[in-house]
Design a protein around this ligand. Structure first.
Ligand SMILES: [Fe+2]
Length: 182
């Protein structure tokens, strides 16, 4: 949610102990990130909210890679539990590749947003607009594809031991997030 040009978190993680609920929250946060990047693209070249850009830079640097690692930890466990004929690993490998691509692309995007925010403004707004739109459109497609492939398998195949193990991983990863989780 964007309020007064600032990303706000809805507190959905407060008291959450179920890793699946946490990852669902993180996926909603990825969609909010896409919406905010689209807002910046729409504000170019003159109306860009620099405070929002700074917040997005932090989200892209600190949170997105952690969200990706958490999803991979979840999907890896589905791969171990699903029946052998289900071919989960080719899907998981593609998801890992897309996460790596988005992490790299997020670095380039942050650099360009930073230069525009702290320098003399956005010198090449067309290029930044193209970068922003490419990023949030591919992110949205990626999330939709995960929703169609591995996400529906989560409730069916995760064991209580998986959930406990994931809970430890997510708790550790969340100590590095730039959001208020408590
Ligand atoms: Fe993902």
């Amino acid at each position: 949610m964007i309020e007064n040009g600032k990303l706000e978190h809805d507190g959905a993680l407060r008291g959450a102990i179920n890793p699946f609920s946490v990852i669902e929250y993180e996926r909603r946060d990825q969609r909010r990130l896409c919406d905010s990047l689209e807002l910046v693209a729409d504000q170019l070249p003159e109306q860009v909210d620099r405070y929002l850009c700074e917040t997005l830079n932090e989200q892209l640097y600190f949170n997105l890679p952690i969200y990706h690692r958490n999803e991979e930890a979840l999907f890896e466990r589905i791969g171990r539990r699903a029946p052998s004929g289900m071919e989960v690993y080719p899907v998981l490998n593609r998801i890992r590749q897309e996460h790596a691509m988005h992490d790299c692309y997020a670095d380039e995007l942050r650099e360009t947003l930073n230069v525009g925010c702290i320098g003399n403004g956005f010198q090449n707004p067309d290029m930044l607009g193209y970068m922003l739109r490419f990023f949030f459109e591919t992110m949205r497609r990626h999330l939709a594809w995960e929703d169609l492939t591995l996400m529906p398998m989560v409730p069916q195949y995760l064991t209580s031991a998986d959930l406990e193990n994931l809970s430890t991983i997510l708790t550790d990863n969340h100590s590095r997030l730039r959001v208020n989780l408590v």
